[in-house]
Design a protein around this ligand. Structure first.
Ligand code: NAD
Ligand code: UGA
Length: 314
C-alpha cells in the first residue's frame, strides 16, 4: 500500500511509520514540526526510522494536497495539536487550526482522491468528557470538558459528514491516553519516569485518584493498521482504542516505585481545568469489526517505558 501519515514526526505518527516501513509499505509523511514541544525530539523520531520515508516538512493548512494525496491508498491522519490542559485561553486558536481547519482541508481534498480506500482519523477519549457510563461505548453522548476535546470531536464529526455525504471511507479511532517509549514530554508517564530516573520531584494534578485507560503505543499502531486495511468497514465508523488498564494515577506511581525499587518524591497540587475524572473504554466494537484487542499490559508497558527513560534521561 501507499500510505500518507500526517504528523509523522510525532509520538504516534513516527511509531506507525516505523511499523509500515518495516512491513515494506510505501510511506509519505508530512509534519510541520510545530514547537509545542522540543523540535529536536521530533527530528530524532524521524532520524530513528528505517530508510524509505518520503518526508515533507509542511503544514496541512497550506500544502498542495492534490499532489500529496496522489496515488495514496490510505491516509493515517495523526497530525494535530494535542494536550488537554493547555487548550484554554489564547492558545485555543492553535487547536482550531491544527485540529479542525487542517482536518477539514484534508477531508475536502481526500473526497476527490480517487486512489483512496481508507481515511483513518486519530480521535480521542477526550471527546467523552466525564462519561455517563463505564466501560464507555461509542454511542455514549460525547460531552467534552476541555477545548481540546471540543476540537477533536469537531474534527471527528467532520469525518462522519464526509462519509455520510460523499462516501469517504473514514474510520475514527478514539485513543485513550497513549504511552510507551517516545511518549510526548508533556504527558504523565514520560514526566513520571524522567523524574524517577533523575531523582526529581513528580507533580500530581489533584488527588491522583483520577483513573485512565492507559493504552500502549504498539497496540495503537496495530489498531491503525487494521483500520486502514480491513475490508468492508462502514464509512463513518468510530471505535474506542483503549488498553483496558483502568488504573489511577496513584496506582501508576505505586507500580513505578516498585519497579525502580526507590521511593518517589511526589507533590500534590491543584487539579487542572479540562482534566477528566475517569476514562474507560469498551473495546467490544473494535474487536467485532477489526479483531483488535489490546495486547500489552500496563505492567509490561510501564516497565518498557521506564527502561526507555533510563536510556534517554540518565
Ligand atoms: P504529537 O504532538 O507528538 O504529534 C502530532 C504531530 O502533528 C506533531 O509532530 C506536529 O508537529 C504535527 N502537526 C500539528 N499540526 C500540523 C499541521 N497543521 N500540519 C502538519 N503537521 C502538523 O502528538 P501524539 O501524541 O503523537 O498524537 C497524535 C494524534 O493522536 C493527535 O492528533 C492527538 O490529538 C491524537 N491523540 C493522542 C493521544 C495520546 O495519548 N498521545 C490520545 C488521543 C488522541
Ligand atoms: C492524553 C493526551 O495528552 C491527549 O492528547 C489525549 O487526547 C488524551 O490522552 C486522550 O486520551 O484523549 P491525558 O489523559 O491528560 O491526555 O494524559 P496524561 O498527560 O498522560 O495525563 C494522565 C493523568 O495524569 C491526568 O489526569 C493528568 O492530570 C495527570 N498528570 C499528568 C499529573 O498528575 N502530573 C503530570 O505531570 C502529568
Amino acid at each position: 500500500m501507499k500510505a500518507l501519515i500526517t504528523g509523522v514526526a510525532g509520538f504516534i505518527g513516527s511509531n506507525l511509520a516505523r511499523n509500515l516501513l518495516n512491513e515494506g509499505h510505501q510511506v509519505v509523511g508530512i509534519d510541520t514540526l510545530s514547537d509545542y514541544y522540543d523540535v529536536r525530539i521530533k527530528k530524532a523520531n524521524l532520524a530513528s526510522l528505517p530508510p524509505g520515508l518520503d518526508f515533507r516538512e509542511d503544514d496541512l493548512n497550506t500544502v498542495d494536497l492534490v499532489e500529496l494525496l496522489a496515488g495514496v491508498d490510505v491516509v493515517f491522519h495523526q497530525a494535530g495539536q494535542p494536550g488537554v490542559r493547555k487548550s484554554w485561553g489564547a492558545d485555543f486558536g492553535i487547536y482550531v487550526e491544527a485540529n479542525v481547519l487542517a482536518t477539514q482541508r484534508l477531508l475536502e481534498a481526500a473526497k476527490d482522491a480517487t486512489s483512496l480506500s481508507r481515511f483513518v482519523y486519530a480521535s480521542s477519549s477526550s471527546v467523552y468528557g466525564n462519561a455517563e457510563r463505564f466501560p464507555t461505548t461509542e454511542d455514549v453522548r460525547p460531552q467534552p470538558i476541555s477545548p481540546y476535546g471540543v476540537t477533536k470531536l469537531a474534527a471527528e464529526h467532520m469525518c462522519s459528514l464526509y462519509a455520510a455525504n460523499f462516501g469517504l471511507p473514514t474510520v475514527s479511532l478514539r485513543y485513550f491516553t497513549v504511552y510507551g517509549p517516545g511518549q510526548r514530554p508533556d504527558m504523565a508517564f514520560t514526566r513520571f519516569t524522567r523524574a524517577a530516573v533523575l531523582g526529581e520531584r513528580i507533580t500530581i494534578f489533584g488527588s491522583g485518584e483520577q483513573i485512565r485507560d492507559f493504552t500502549y503505543v504498539d497496540d495503537v499502531v496495530k489498531a491503525n493498521v487494521l483500520a486502514g486495511t480491513t475490508p468492508d468497514v462502514p464509512p463513518g465508523s468510530v471505535f474506542n482504542v483503549a488498553g483496558g488498564s483502568n488504573t489511577s494515577v496513584n496506582d501508576v506511581l505505586g507500580l513505578l516505585a516498585e519497579m525502580g525499587d526507590t521511593p518517589l518524591d511526589v507533590e500534590y497540587i491543584d487539579a487542572v481545568a479540562g482534566d477528566v475524572w475517569r476514562t474507560g473504554g469498551s473495546t467490544a466494537a473494535i474487536d467485532r469489526a477489526l479483531g483488535w484487542k489490546a495486547e500489552i499490559s500496563l505492567t509490561e508497558g510501564l516497565s518498557r517505558h521506564l527502561e526507555w527513560a533510563h536510556a534517554t534521561f540518565h
